[in-house]
Design a protein around this ligand. Structure first.
Ligand SMILES: O=C(O)c1cc(=O)[nH]c(=O)n1[C@@H]1O[C@H](COP(=O)(O)O)[C@@H](O)[C@H]1O
Length: 232
């Protein structure tokens, strides 16, 4: 069984580059996240290719639509054989419940279903712009609570919110966090970063890491070093 905590964000715009990267790493050392850019360029066939190579794939398409459409999209993701798929919690209760119900027929093969609460790129002013007079933290807690009520498996959040979320919603509620940087790595455009060790200590279940691994001279070694640091 794969117990890898690292989800490598495969943000390449060339399929050959992505596959050459994937060929350097082992499916036991990480899982792979495919987002909107790669999916739009290379489609479901690319996802199938990764699944066929033995990788657990997180299909990060953040579905947000009417309940029937999202349920069908989540079901299509399950048909691709992905390990995890996500929706926007702000799509609401009925949308999330229908999405969860759509996976019922897949039994053990059903992907984990998680929700995005508030994007880390949004601050209080952005929430005001869309009519939400609350702090991002309050909105994260509110949407995480709704996600749990709807029976989903967890949320995407910042590692800085992990302790509060675990305390409120329990250890089983999975937390997936971007903005993770090994000590000494460039932060790039990420603002509130944490090291992999710190993130695991505060209760994060899966660490989304992109450029520190994908742009490294020796990606496999960086991956092995991070995994080793998590075992210490
Ligand atoms: O949903 C995401 O994956 C995501 C949400 C968020 O709030 N912030 C965020 O950085 N991400 C993604 O996480 C990955 C982080 O990549 P690196 O910054 O290269 O480690 C990218 O694929 C981002 O699109």
């Amino acid at each position: 069984m794969n117990d890898a905590k690292i989800l490598v964000a495969l943000d390449f715009d060339k399929k050959a580059q992505a596959l050459s990267f994937v060929d350097q790493i082992d499916s036991h050392d990480c899982r792979l996240k495919v987002g909107k850019e790669m999916f739009t360029y290379f489609g479901p066939e690319f996802v199938r290719q990764l699944v066929d190579k033995g990788f657990d794939v997180f299909l990060d398409l953040k579905f947000h639509d009417i309940p029937n459409t999202v349920a069908k999209a989540v079901s299509a993701a399950a048909d691709l054989g992905v390990w995890m798929v996500n929706v926007h919690a702000s799509g609401g209760r009925e949308m999330m419940i229908k999405a969860k119900q759509a996976l019922a027929g897949y039994g053990e093969q059903a992907p984990l279903l998680i929700a995005v609460t508030v994007l880390t790129s949004m601050g209080a002013e952005d929430l005001q712009d869309i009519g939400l007079n609350v702090s991002p933290q309050e909105q994260v807690m509110r949407l995480a609570g709704l996600t749990k009520e709807c029976g989903l498996d967890g949320v995407v959040c910042s590692a800085w919110e992990a302790e509060k979320l675990k305390a409120a919603f329990g250890q089983e509620f999975k937390l997936i966090t971007p903005g993770i940087r090994p000590a000494g790595a460039a932060s790039n455009d990420q603002k509130r970063i944490m090291t992999p060790e710190q993130a695991v200590q505060v209760g994060v279940d899966y660490l989304v890491i992109g450029r520190p691994i994908t742009q490294a001279a020796n990606p496999r070694q960086v991956l092995l070093d991070i995994n080793q640091s998590l075992r210490n």
